[in-house]
Ligand binder design. Sequence first.
Ligand code: ATP
Ligand code: MG
Length: 422
Amino acid sequence: MKIQSVRGMNDVLPVDAAAWQHVYAVAAQVFAAYGYGELRLPVVERTELFKRAVGEVTDVVEKEMYSFEDRGGENLSLRPELTAGVVRAGIEHGLLFNQQQRVWCTGPVFRYERPQAGRYRQFHQLDVEAFGIPTPDVDVEIIAIAAQLWRRLGMSGFTLELNSLGTPASRAVHRAALVEYLSLHEAALDDDSKRRLGTNPLRVLDSKVPATQAIVANAPQLLDHLDAVSLAHFAAVRQGLDDLGIPYVINPRLVRGLDYYTHTVFEWTTTQLGAQSAVCAGGRYDGLVQQLGGPQTTGIGFGLGIERLIALMALQNVPVADNRPHIYFCRFGAAAERDAMKLAEQLRIDMPQLRLVLNAGGGGLKSQLKRADASGARYALILGDEETAARCVQVKSLRGEGEPNQCPWSELAAQLSARLAL
Ligand code: ATP
Ligand code: MG
């Protein structure tokens, strides 16, 4: 049997890795620009963590988790998202007691979904979270971080959808009205929604089943049930976004199902990726830390899908940092081969930015130049026994940049720096 990758889990080949490296580099720079520190976490956590943090009645926990018992009998899961682990680590290391924390995290996450374009079983997220700041200014900051990331990546065309879930008290009032309304239409709801009516009625609002959506269209809206505190928080978030010139649309049906979500929820969507329109989703979860056994402290953050972001970058022709070699070093003959090895090593010492491929495995001039061309390098260096005797090397552009010349070894680094502007 031929062994292949697991369905829905993708390899990233070197030609495609440039875009990934670019996203990570720009994201790390943006997060640092706001004072967020990186947290690196295990991929595997106790299943109980996700049951409590993501919620037992969510699709993710009910149907999508990769859960297993390890050899010691522990119930573990591959993480289906990053926030739960961030909060777990924050509590465990005492980072959330009576203080503010700004952190980010990245890595693979796993969900047993039906694979399709933009929906995979292993995918990658960038996650940003701020703890211990109850005021709406940090809601604005979290949203601005995503906007700054789009700006620095050179991307456009996102819609920022915004809603408020309000305080737990105003949600309770809305919940009662919602359950009453949905109960009147229960017969027409899909089976999942019928079940959620008893467990997690808010989640019915973001059902993707058309018949349910038709009923939901006239359901009581959260925004009509916000109390004064919730309204003030929401107004301040909108004011902050207006001040920064970040446009948004209010989507009253944007929800998070669980009780510890409060106030702001948002999603960055695009029309360019078909059905998989959400690139980044987030919100405030003021009850989560306590729910997981930590202190009463607030939290807000977002999760961003890197595969969808990269697909969108390709559609928008976003330029990514070039990772092709600058130089391909061709070498012939025993003495020249040894000198070339030493010269290549010295160039890498003298020019830390240089990307240089040294020909290996022999080959004639024609085949080495063919490899040089295929590598994407801008210049070939050519060293044969004649050049070695004269202690020089031939520098030849592969892309029509300037004339070839014989360069003395002692001047090589200087000449290449000039030619490559390194
Ligand atoms: P969707 O409605 O598309 O299923 P979600 O609400 O499940 O998204 P979140 O849990 O909020 O998504 O995850 C944050 C982001 O991760 C999403 O906005 C999306 O960009 C990305 N994402 C979610 N599921 C997948 C997946 N299976 N494959 C690739 N990216 C995904
Ligand atoms: Mg999903």
